[in-house]
Write a protein that binds this ligand. Structure first.
Ligand SMILES: Nc1ncnc2c1ncn2[C@@H]1O[C@H](CO)[C@@H](O)[C@H]1OP(=O)(O)O
Ligand SMILES: [Mg+2]
Length: 283
């Protein structure tokens, strides 16, 4: 059925915009911060509240039994993070929580929808910039309803590359991250950047502002919506070892084309991270 998920797609855009308004308002008040896995892994009442609003609205619209939900804060509370063939919403209510806490102006709501383990659409609302990015499989990518496209740069020396440091402060991992950054910077490339939100970084690749974004340590809810948006904007998604993109693997490179992706992959020093769909006791 060609237009089966159009209603869900349109509804996701509405929900993301409403969620972004809640985040903007919350940012005007005092933000109470708590920590999750470590002292730099932050969470606020807004993350939890917004996830409840998003999942509540989707359940009300589409029924509780037929659709599944993977949300960052629900998983943090012990809900499973397994992608099945059922229609599944993958949600990051506040991507860039550290930015939100500090008033650094890139914070995004990320909502993706998968069926039969395949991503059907993604919506990312960069709520402080008030930019709505969206894409549906086979239908192109858009920012505020204008079509977007990846950059056509093939020469790595003319590129800007994005990566992030994540929240793990294990010395060996940090060393590898910085060693990778140093090697890429000295290729040389025009510059290295990082907005602090994986979702926004992927929108920057999709809209041609940067050639690639890669990270090890991210979660499926950080990149699911962005994956559709990058792909529909003409870009590519790969594992950081050059293999196929795996949503649950905690690592990925998104790029404008294979030439740039493969050149960056040569420099990435890979470190282990536990898969999102690993059994909970092993995390
Ligand atoms: N352990 C981790 N390692 C790397 N990135 C992480 C991470 N946990 C979350 N991220 C996400 O990666 C980006 C910054 O590194 C953000 O999008 C952040 O999402 P968050 O703000 O929703 O936690
Ligand atoms: Mg996130």
């Amino acid at each position: 059925m060609a237009d089966q998920w159009q209603e869900a797609y349109d509804f996701a855009v509405q929900v993301a915009r409403a969620a972004g308004a809640v985040i903007r308002k919350a940012g005007e008040c005092e933000i109470k911060v708590q920590t999750k896995s470590c002292t730099v892994d932050l969470v606020t009442q807004t993350d939890e509240r917004v996830e409840k609003i998003i999942i509540g609205s989707l359940k009300e619209q589409f029924g509780e039994g037929t659709h599944c939900f993977i949300g960052e804060e629900s998983v943090a509370k012990g809900e499973p993070c397994i992608l099945t063939d059922k229609p599944t919403w993958i949600i990051d209510p506040v991507d860039g929580t550290t930015n939100f806490v500090h008033g650094f102006p890139f914070v995004a709501v990320s909502i993706a929808f998968a069926v039969n383990k395949e991503l059907e659409f993604g919506v990312i609302y960069s709520c402080l910039e008030d930019k709505m990015y969206k894409a549906r499989k086979g239908r192109g990518a858009f920012c505020d309803d204008e079509p977007i496209q990846v950059s056509d740069v093939k020469d790595i020396h003319k590129s800007i590359i994005i990566s992030e440091h994540g929240t793990d402060r294990d010395k060996q991992k940090v060393k590898k991250i910085f060693s990778t950054m140093q090697k890429i910077l000295c290729i040389p490339v025009h510059g290295l950047r990082g907005s602090g939100t994986a979702a926004t970084n992927m929108c920057l690749v999709a809209s041609g502002a940067t050639e690639a974004f890669f990270e090890i340590g991210i979660h499926c809810w950080d990149i699911a919506a962005g994956a559709v948006i990058v792909k529909e904007a003409g870009g590519v998604l790969l594992d950081v070892d050059g293999g196929p993109f795996d949503l649950m693997s905690r690592r990925m490179i998104s790029a404008n084309n294979m030439v740039i992706a493969e050149r960056i992959i040569k420099e990435i020093e890979i470190f282990d991270s536990v898969r999102d769909d690993a059994p909970i006791q092993k995390k």
